[in-house]
Write a protein that binds this ligand. Structure first.
Ligand SMILES: [Zn+2]
Length: 93
């Protein structure tokens, strides 16, 4: 991930940028993303929520890759491999 203020490279999950001191937003909720994917995955809603907007539009137009892509996303979220639009992992708890 990169700093939301100075755009320098940061360690994943860093709360504060060591270069400029800007507080980082932590990313999107694991539970919300998982629930959105389960119920609305074929509409790409979990991708819009996590700012993966481009692939969200494709998912919306293809009904979540006929459900298969949405299912793959659900598994990716579950095992912690899913990343948001800024390359950050989802935030648990
Ligand atoms: Zn910074």
């Amino acid at each position: 991930m990169v700093c939301n203020s100075c755009h320098k490279e940061l360690a994943d999950g860093a709360a504060v940028c060591p270069s400029c001191g800007a507080a980082q937003n932590k990313g999107y909720s694991f539970m919300i993303t998982l629930i959105l994917c389960w119920f609305f995955g074929v509409f790409g809603v979990h991708r819009f929520y996590t700012k993966n907007t481009g692939s969200g539009v494709v998912q919306l137009l293809t009904c979540g890759g006929l459900g298969i892509w949405a299912l793959i996303d659900f598994v990716m979220i579950l095992i912690g491999s899913y990343r948001d639009g800024e390359g950050r992992p989802l935030v648990r708890g």
